[in-house]
Design a protein around this ligand. Structure first.
Ligand code: DC
Length: 221
């Protein structure tokens, strides 16, 4: 069977990583979480301490080594050799990641890595600009979204389950701010590709969304 390239884009909290991971497992594909790569850069910026400025972000880009590996259904993110998988999902990282991801040199470095990871096919990559910019020739393009209320609820539940003390109103505000920043930035903004299929997951279960993705992939294989 043909080894496809599947691109999934959408706003924060749409459930991309959850469903993409499950779909990749069923297909026997590699899952590439590009948001984790921008989070890795943001994590390193926070390690520098002090105010987060564009200059500070740009200063880490030339030397940062971001490594994303996917084994046995698990993504591991390393920054300069250190496993930061658990540390990149904090509200602190979420708060600054859109600023980090808006900068050209950051995107150039990450997009180059992402394209190299997809060259052999059999990959499912999720992010904001995968179908429009990173992999415009992807075999399957999906734009996954859900209402902001549902997205905030999902993120809230996920963070609570991790034992983090979070507030639903703060999460909703943060998601709305990230949507705005990601959709309005100059370089590769979040937008549905003309040839992407819109999949609104509001009210759908994880299994239902995964089944739809597998159906779309099955039609192209
Ligand atoms: O999917 P996520 O929430 O982990 O993504 C974190 C941030 O990274 C998101 O606010 C926007 C940015 N991002 C991006 O600009 N381009 C991508 N391909 C993936 C994520």
């Amino acid at each position: 069977m043909k080894k496809l390239v599947v691109a999934i884009d959408g706003p924060a909290g749409a459930g991309k990583s959850t469903v993409a991971q499950l779909a990749a497992k069923k297909l026997g594909y590699t899952y590439i979480d590009t948001g984790a790569m921008y989070r890795a850069v943001a994590w390193k910026v926070l390690q520098q301490g002090g105010e987060v400025t564009d200059e500070k972000i740009l200063s880490v880009v030339p030397t940062i080594d971001v490594d994303l590996s996917y084994e046995n259904g698990q993504t591991t993110v390393r920054v300069d050799g250190r496993d930061v998988t658990g540390e990149i999902r904090t509200p602190e990282v979420s708060h600054i990641v859109s600023q980090v991801a808006a900068l050209g040199p950051v995107r150039e470095k990450m997009v180059d890595l992402q394209r190299r990871m997809a060259t052999r096919g059999g990959v499912l990559m999720d992010g904001r600009d995968i179908a429009t910019n990173v992999l415009p020739d992807a075999d399957v393009k999906i734009y996954l979204t859900a209402s902001i209320e549902e997205r905030a609820q999902r993120r809230y539940k996920e963070l609570c389950e991790k034992g983090l003390a979070v507030n639903l109103a703060d999460i909703r505000r943060d998601i709305a701010a990230r949507d705005k920043a990601d959709m309005e930035r100059e370089i590769s903004p979040l937008v549905k590709a003309d040839d992407a299929t819109l999949l609104d997951t509001t009210g759908l279960t994880i299994d239902e969304v995964v089944a739809k993705i597998l159906e779309m992939a099955g039609e192209k294989a």
